[in-house]
Design a protein around this ligand. Structure first.
Ligand SMILES: [Zn+2]
Length: 155
């Protein structure tokens, strides 16, 4: 399969998911020219606000390969990733993102994530979602334990 065929699979998943009552998003993850995992948006069907197509595909790929590091893999997503999925793709160490619909296309049908991108530009105190530092000294204990732990699996 070539990259257009992988993307057509992601698009087909997105269209099928609408027919099943889900959001219009699908993704596939490819390694060495083979699809190793797929994902669709399952936010409403699973009551999971993080169950975007890309996150679902990453979870399936990591499970299939038995690793948290998906370097050597590429993701084909039917829509440009939101900030959460964009971050998850970095954390998963995927090599490349192919996307079809743009975030503007998504905004036009009511899936607007531009406010999150806008919030990231602001200082924490200026964001709509308030965040407050609390008990840092106590929390640092976990970081000290991590630093001392010689058996840790770094990631
Ligand atoms: Zn997302």
């Amino acid at each position: 399969m070539n990259k257009e065929e992988f993307m057509r699979k992601a698009i087909a998943l997105s269209i099928e998911n609408v027919a099943k009552g889900g959001g219009p998003f699908g993704a596939v993850i490819v390694k060495d020219g083979e699809i190793i995992a797929t994902g669709v948006n399952r936010v409403t069907s699973t009551c999971d606000p993080t169950a975007h197509a890309e996150i679902s595909a990453i979870r399936a790929a990591a499970k299939a390969l038995g690793t948290f590091n998906l370097s050597g893999c590429e993701i084909y997503t039917s829509c440009e990733p939101c900030p959460m999925c964009f971050g998850a793709i970095y954390w998963a160490r995927l090599d490349k993102i192919y996307y079809a619909n743009t975030k503007t296309d998504a905004k036009d049908i009511g899936f607007d994530d531009s406010f999150i991108y806008d919030e990231l530009e602001l200082k924490p105190a200026d964001r709509k979602l308030q965040s407050e530092p609390l008990l840092r000294e106590e929390a640092l204990k976990a970081f000290e334990e991590w630093t001392k732990n010689m058996d840790k699996i770094e990631y």
